[in-house]
Design a protein around this ligand. Structure first.
Ligand code: GLU
Length: 515
């Protein structure tokens, strides 16, 4: 028996920017395809012209590229399965709608939008708020099941507006196996006669989706849980079109929930709680409203996808740090959970911090060099990176301290007030004189000199170290002062000492007089 090639697709509709839930769907499809030596396909589902948003397709493609989720087939690639935009496949769908009509599984409906509205209103008045066009109500509507053949013919010939609806069978259980949720059973009495084709020559999502999955030989449909209610209809379409034996497998991914777990994560939660929900910044072409993106906020794509991978999947071990290749290695649908995954903005930062830490100093230095306003060499910048790395979540934080590049212009008043004492200036004088003696200005030598100094003088570290830090950096906290001193070099250290020690001792006296 030949094994079916793994072919999966990500099938977004270009109705706006891609939400991070969409990126996760793309990621899982990609991981699954690569894990199984298969193909990952990008299909643009743009049949609903009313919802088309300028720039959305580009945005989707850019986002996937940024994440490293590269498609094997999609817009712009050549293959016998293309084109990959449904609007360019328009001519393909009618044939299947016709086939369904011929086999009695679909019918023409001529009810106008006003007539349908009227039915809904009447039902509402009769206390039946959820009116549907279904296996019961269709019998009192204007369609090819209630009209005579001649009437139908003449309406079609006269170019009257029509839709094609699926003819839902009565009381039949539709069963299918979902790779994540197990068996799903839905009775057709709970399903309506969905429109599958519109008179304007466009299929609706349901028909186009099924036909394309069939024509593109899709082996697994991996998509968000919001599509689970549509799956029984899709299964029926496969049956009605005689494709049951080659129907793809289904896997519906759990929802991504708000940080508090109450409901689906939405764009508004991002605005409210201050984190992006989109991979890239997006400007609405009509309202010009700008939504923030992970890329622009300084997140690494590898941290973003590492975080996304864990929103619904886990490897079953304590390993959390993953590269894309490692995710491909370990990913499986069996380890995707059924229940919603809570989005955690803090954890997202954590992932970024961890991914920053595993980067080499030279890579980080190279990436921040262009945004540095000072003229320093790469080796120096690599050392700055080394010292700042442990404290940074984003790479721009590696450059948050100007004292590496120039004598501090400001100082931390609180530290000064608490730590600078009457005798501090004298202590600093002694200490810096000692340091000045050092031939080899290494971190270790400076640290040893410092330690010998406080032991000999019998003064506590707390009375000396903060003053030394104030002189060199103007700050109360930061990376090792000894390492900073070594990096700045003896000349700079002594020059800062001369300038600041005098400044602080004057300041101390001035404040004392005021009191
Ligand atoms: N066009 C649908 C969407 O926007 C695709 C759903 C599916 O994958 O079947 O998500």
């Amino acid at each position: 028996m030949s094994v079916k090639e793994t072919r999966v697709r990500f099938a977004p509709s270009p109705t706006g920017p891609l939400h991070m839930g969409g990126v996760r769907t793309a990621l899982y499809n990609y991981l699954f395809a690569k894990k199984n030596q298969g193909k990952f396909i990008l299909r643009i589902e743009d049949t609903d012209q009313n919802r088309y948003v300028e720039g959305a397709e580009n945005y989707i493609i850019e986002s996937l590229k940024w994440c490293g989720i590269l498609f094997d087939e999609g817009p712009g690639t050549e293959s016998s399965f293309g084109p990959y935009r449904q609007s360019e496949r328009k001519h393909l769908y009618k044939e299947y709608a016709d086939r369904l009509i011929e086999s009695g599984h679909a019918y023409y409906a001529f009810d106008s939008a006003e007539e349908l509205e009227e039915m809904r209103n009447m039902a509402k008045k009769a206390k039946m708020p959820n009116w549907q066009y279904n296996s019961i109500t269709r019998n009192s509507m204007k369609n090819s099941l209630t009209l005579s053949n001649e009437e139908v013919e003449s309406k079609l010939n006269n170019g009257e507006q029509y839709t094609i609806r699926i003819k839902m069978p009565r009381n039949q259980d539709v069963r299918f196996y979902d790779e994540i949720r197990g068996w799903v059973v839905v009775n057709t009495n709970n399903m309506d006669d969905k429109v599958i084709y519109k008179g304007d020559g466009m299929p609706t999502y349901h028909l186009a989706n099924v036909v394309d999955d069939y024509l593109m030989k899709i082996s697994h449909v991996i998509r968000g849980e919001e599509w689970l209610p549509s799956a029984p209809l899709h299964v029926l379409l496969y049956q009605f079109l005689g494709w049951e034996d080659i129907m793809p497998k289904f896997a519906h991914l759990p929802l991504i929930l708000k940080p508090d777990g109450n409901g689906k994560l939405s764009k508004r939660d991002g605005d409210r709680l201050g984190f992006p929900v989109f991979p890239l910044q997006w400007e609405d072409p009509v309202t010009k409203e700008v939504s923030s993106g992970y890329r622009e906020k300084g997140y690494y794509p590898e941290a973003f996808i590492n975080m996304l991978a864990f929103l619904g999947w886990n490897p079953g071990t304590s390993k959390e740090m993953y590269s894309l290749d490692e995710l491909i290695q370990d990913f499986s649908l069996e380890r995707v959970g059924k229940s919603g995954a809570k989005f955690d903005p803090e954890k997202t930062k954590w992932f970024n911090q961890q991914h920053l830490r595993i980067k080499s100093n030279s890579e980080l230095a190279e990436s921040i060099m262009p945004s540095l306003d000072y003229n320093v060499n790469t080796t120096f910048l690599e050392k700055v990176v080394e010292l700042m790395k442990e404290r940074a979540t984003f790479s721009n934080e590696l450059l948050s301290e100007d004292y590496f590049f120039e004598s501090p212009k400001e100082f931390d008043e609180k530290t000064f007030r608490k730590k600078w004492k009457e005798n501090s200036s004298e202590i600093m004088q002694d200490l810096f004189n000692q340091i000045n003696e050092l031939e080899d200005f290494t971190t270790e030598n400076i640290e040893n000199t410092f330690k010998e100094f406080i032991t000999k003088k019998e003064i506590g570290m707390g009375a000396v170290l903060p003053c030394m830090r104030l002189i060199l950096t103007g700050k109360g906290m930061g990376p090792s002062v000894f390492a900073i001193a070594s990096l700045l070099g003896k000349e700079e250290v002594m020059s800062r000492y001369q300038e600041k020690n005098q400044y602080f001792s004057h300041l101390f006296l001035a404040k004392k007089q005021v009191q």
